[in-house]
Design a protein around this ligand. Structure first.
Ligand code: FE2
Ligand code: FE2
Length: 250
């Protein structure tokens, strides 16, 4: 059998497993194309976990009271643990993770992680919007066709929803206080368009490929919408004005 035929047979066997809902477990079962697409998504998540942790670090010192210092430290610990789980998976696939962490980080990091967090209102709004965005994205990853990633995501997703609850508690509290309400509204207007972008563009070919391989279950825009539909009534319930969703997500 020629090499081309081998590749074709491998692709067909792989697609059959994917379509019947089986998980892929070893590098022998996957094509280069699948692996490239998988690595793109896993590297993006690994870097986001790490960058997320770094973003929270200054807020251990910046937290308004002692219980909040512990809450911030716990979120940092969770995010570093998520990052470690992701880099461990990548290492087992033969990826040079030190290179990713120490040399290539600028290539992978999402813009939102470079934005300044200047106040506690900024921090809790980032927490409210961004951890919830992660929760919605990880829901797809938890159902993905790559077994090791899917299993790792189940615990990570649970912890993201605990972070979301923390953000909710604080946004509600600051919004209900007339003194801090303008700050939290301003923070919402600052973060909203930036977090809207982290879902990526709608309806791209790359996204269709991710869905064919069941590396994602939905188009980026469907994930963005599920995020929006969930948080809009919450924020409006706190008396805040919610910006409109950007359907293109550019
Ligand atoms: Fe995380
Ligand atoms: Fe988180």
């Amino acid at each position: 059998m020629s090499l081309v035929m081998d590749d074709k047979a491998k692709h067909e066997a792989m697609m059959e497993k994917i379509q019947s809902g089986q998980k892929l477990e070893s590098l022998d079962e996957i094509t280069e194309d699948y692996k490239d697409n998988l690595l793109k998504l896993m590297i993006a998540q690994a870097d986001s976990e790490l960058a997320g942790a770094y973003g929270y670090v200054p807020w251990i010192e910046g937290a308004p009271n002692m219980p909040e210092k512990l809450a911030m430290a716990n979120i940092v610990k969770d995010e570093i643990r998520h990052a470690r789980a992701m880099y461990d998976l990548l290492e087992r696939m033969g990826v040079d993770t030190d290179k990713l962490i120490y040399e290539d980080k600028m290539q992978h990091r999402m813009k939102v992680f470079y934005e300044p967090i200047n106040s506690w209102a900024d921090l809790v709004m980032f927490n409210f919007l961004m951890d919830r965005a992660a929760g919605h994205q990880l829901k797809d990853a938890a159902e993905c066709s790559w077994g090791p990633w899917s299993r790792a995501m189940i615990q990570i997703e649970k912890e993201e929803w605990m972070h979301v609850a923390h953000g909710e508690h604080w946004v509600k509290r600051l919004a209900e206080d007339t003194k801090t309400k303008p700050d939290v509204q301003k923070a919402l207007e600052f973060w909203f368009p930036k977090v809207n972008k982290v879902f990526g563009k709608s309806g791209t070919d790359t996204n269709k490929t991710f869905q064919q391989f069941k590396l994602k279950q939905r188009d980026n825009h469907d994930v963005r919408e599920s995020w929006y539909e969930e948080m809009k009534p919450l924020l409006e319930g706190y008396g805040l004005t919610v910006p409109g969703i950007d359907v293109v997500g550019q």
